[in-house]
Design a protein around this ligand. Structure first.
Ligand code: ZN
Ligand code: ZN
Length: 126
């Protein structure tokens, strides 16, 4: 590959840094947002193993070292399986289609949990 002229190289470095900052900001848990609502939101960016649950844990609940193990025991071997197997939408809040599928849109905002918790908020049952 040909080297870029210095001003273009500088621009690309700058752009790369901005994108990095933007993606970091976009993937931060919201204040008081629970693990499950966070992972649900982040799955818009795809399932990458346990990436999102680990990111939540590292940022919000670093003492929850057994989180992965707990999720595996409940069938949550990755972020999307965690949502399918480890938690259920609260049927008092979400409506169901006649064939029993939950209507997840529009998604209400997270009800919130205390700091350091890996519990779901009241939008979910476990
Ligand atoms: Zn998955
Ligand atoms: Zn929540």
């Amino acid at each position: 590959m040909e080297a870029l002229p210095p001003e273009e190289a500088e621009f690309f470095d700058h752009l790369e840094q901005e994108l990095h900052e933007l993606s970091t900001a976009l993937t931060l848990p919201l204040p008081r947002e629970c693990l499950v609502c966070y992972v649900y939101r982040m799955l818009d960016f795809g399932c990458h193993g346990m990436f999102w649950m680990r990111r939540y844990r590292d940022l919000r609940a670093p003492r929850a070292t057994a989180l992965e193990e707990r999720m595996c025991r409940r069938g949550g071997y990755c972020d999307c399986e965690m949502l399918q197997n480890a938690f259920r939408p609260n049927h008092y809040i979400f409506e169901c289609t006649p064939d029993g599928e939950f209507l997840m849109e529009p998604m209400p905002s997270c009800i919130g949990v205390r700091a350091g918790s890996t519990r779901p908020c009241d939008l979910w049952f476990d």
